[in-house]
Design a protein around this ligand. Structure first.
Ligand code: FES
Ligand code: FES
Length: 161
């Protein structure tokens, strides 16, 4: 067992964790943060995407012990985030989800993409999102939603200038 301390969604957490406990399991099973979804559990589908010190990582292949001293943001941590509010609405309006299983990971990844300014067009979005698998939508709705979110966020930023 290892002692870890981390900040999760702005809250300080201290715990003892098994050496091999994944960060996703730690959040879901020990902290009731079940918005981090588990699909493949081996780093392929992106459903478990969350931020570790501001960078997207796969929660299923990141050890909880590796998050010691770090800042972790799961989908629950974006409740009051203005950019995420725009993205969520765009996914609703653009039919970017069906069952919603992949959606938490998609939203976190898309927010990172918009922040990095890499959503220049459909091809770039498909490439950037290629690590996030959706079994429902056929992706066109997701790509349309990302374009919508990108444009709405840019408009909002411009209006605030
Ligand atoms: S559950 Fe982590 S990448 Fe699929
Ligand atoms: S909306 Fe169902 S898996 Fe993506």
């Amino acid at each position: 067992m290892i002692d870890v301390k981390m900040k999760v969604n702005g809250r300080d957490l201290a715990a003892q964790v098994d050496d091999r406990l994944s960060l996703a399991d730690f959040l879901r099973d020990r902290n009731d943060l079940t918005g981090t979804h588990l699909g493949c559990e081996h780093g392929v589908c992106g459903a478990c995407t969350l931020l570790l010190d501001g960078e997207p990582v796969r929660g299923c292949i990141t050890l909880a012990a590796a998050a010691d001293g770090c800042e972790v943001t799961s989908i629950e941590g974006f409740e009051h985030d203005p950019m995420m509010a725009v993205i969520r609405q765009a996914f609703r309006d653009g039919h970017g989800l069906q069952c919603g299983f992949c959606t938490p990971g998609m939203l976190i990844m898309v927010r990172d993409m918009i922040q990095r300014g890499v959503c220049s067009g459909e091809a770039a979005i498909r490439l950037e999102l290629s690590g996030n698998i959706c079994r429902c939508t056929g992706y066109q709705g997701i790509v349309d939603s990302v374009l919508l979110a990108r444009d709405r966020w840019a408009e909002q930023q411009k209006a605030a200038e």
